[in-house]
Design a protein around this ligand. Structure first.
Ligand SMILES: NC(=O)c1ccc[n+]([C@@H]2O[C@H](COP(=O)([O-])OP(=O)(O)OC[C@H]3O[C@@H](n4cnc5c(N)ncnc54)[C@H](O)[C@@H]3O)[C@@H](O)[C@H]2O)c1
Ligand SMILES: [Zn+2]
Length: 368
């Protein structure tokens, strides 16, 4: 079954279509376009796609330093301001395509086909790019949505368990950030074993329509949309502190658990709020199955001091205070600012320890 809906944007509304066999439609419609493709996927794609820029999707290629090479290849394929770009890949390819489409000859139109669950449920709408600069992750970026997003369910088949669960954590984050009822609705849909394409498609469509509310209410990340950073401040520090041994989506799942522990330690939650937030923790724990090892291929040891150092250096904090999204009262999310003092730092550390223990990560040496 194919489903479509529109996202309203100040730079032009765009359509999202979810279904099967969409790749063939895109190729038929954009035969003479330039394609930016994750090189891992190239062998699965029809040979007829020409004008391909193949990119090894990693944090190094998603850097300002690598952009001139991509732009040069577009130039060599003869791209002009009427050229259409098609990007096929996960969040890294999306970030690169958003950025180059926005600046090539002052901006060209593009189509995005997300191929990881994370990019299908979350990043594909919203129009953001984030580009690394000289080792600093996501330091620069802009807003430049594609004109259409085509989600072909066939790409789900080759994802690892870790990529799949990571995508679901971002989906759970979006729904929980919207309202507890949305989270419950999401849970209803997320019985994914055995994982049928229809089940996964339902989760994707429900989550994207929930994210659509945030984008249309606050397109440029000033208020409500900031709540979608839930799990990210604690999570980014886990990613960076394990040299990306913990991948983004999984880190967000664990980051939400740590954020809940922080809220509990700070007495921010009512009794109802604790029950609701604990339900979220239970979901993360259950998705990690019989311990982190069943999902994460090589669970890295966590050096808590390094994680805290990375947390401290997060670019979203202010000079005198840490900023983080946590549940409060009845479990709803808020962005709080906490003064950078010893008491707060100890609480953050304890929240990591309790959060990691809750999901059974202790087996993998949370070094103190
Ligand atoms: N711009 C945004 O709004 C936004 C939002 C969230 C994340 N991001 C960025 O996205 C990146 C993470 O994105 P991601 O997790 O989607 O992945 P990714 O693009 O980093 O891909 C992860 C891995 O999956 C592989 N892959 C892609 N599609 C596959 C498929 N169908 N089958 C098998 N393997 C496949 C890739 O080759 C890569 O090795 C980070 O750099 C993050 O900062 C951007
Ligand atoms: Zn994320």
């Amino acid at each position: 079954m194919q489903e479509s809906f529109e996202v309203l944007s100040s730079s032009g509304n765009y359509a999202v279509t979810v279904g099967t066999d969409l790749l063939a439609n895109v190729i038929e419609q954009h035969g003479d376009s330039i394609y930016i493709i994750d090189e891992r996927l190239h062998s699965f794609l029809p040979q007829i796609i020409t004008n391909c820029i193949l990119i090894n999707a990693n944090e190094n290629t998603k850097s300002l330093e690598s952009m001139s090479e991509v732009i040069l290849q577009m130039r060599e394929f003869g791209a002009n301001r009427n050229t259409h770009l098609v990007a096929i890949g996960g969040g890294i390819i999306q970030d690169i395509a958003t950025f180059v489409a926005s600046i090539y000859m002052r901006g060209i139109q593009w189509t995005y086909m997300p191929t990881t669950l994370l990019s299908m449920v979350d990043s594909c709408i919203g129009g953001k790019s984030s580009i690394n600069v000289l080792g600093y992750k996501n330091l620069i970026g802009n807003f430049y949505p594609p004109v259409e997003i085509m989600i072909d369910m066939a790409f789900i088949n080759t994802l690892s368990e870790e990529q799949f669960v990571g995508g679901l954590f971002e989906a759970a984050k979006i729904c929980y950030a919207h309202s507890y009822q949305s989270f419950l609705d999401y849970l209803d849909k997320s019985i994914l074993y055995p994982r049928t394409t229809d089940d996964v498609q339902k989760v994707i469509v429900y989550t994207l329509k929930t994210k659509k509310w945030f984008i249309e209410t606050d397109e440029f990340d000033q208020n409500e949309r900031l709540l979608l950073n839930f799990g990210h401040t604690f999570g980014h520090a886990l990613e960076a502190g394990t040299h990306f041994g913990i991948t983004h989506g999984i880190a967000v799942g664990i980051g939400m658990v740590v954020a809940v522990e922080y809220a509990k330690l700070s007495a921010l939650l009512s009794e109802t709020g604790i029950i609701r937030a604990e339900n979220l923790i239970e979901h993360v724990k259950s998705m990690l199955g019989g311990g982190v090892k069943s999902v994460i291929e090589n669970p890295p040891a966590i050096d808590l001091l390094l994680v805290l150092d990375k947390f401290n250096n997060d670019k979203k904090h202010r000079k005198d205070c840490y900023r983080m999204v946590v549940p409060k009262a009845e479990g709803e999310l808020v962005l709080i600012a906490e003064l950078k003092n010893d008491e707060v730092i100890n609480r953050i550390k304890l929240a990591y320890q309790r959060g990691l223990a809750k999901i059974g990560y202790l087996n993998y040496q949370a070094i103190d």
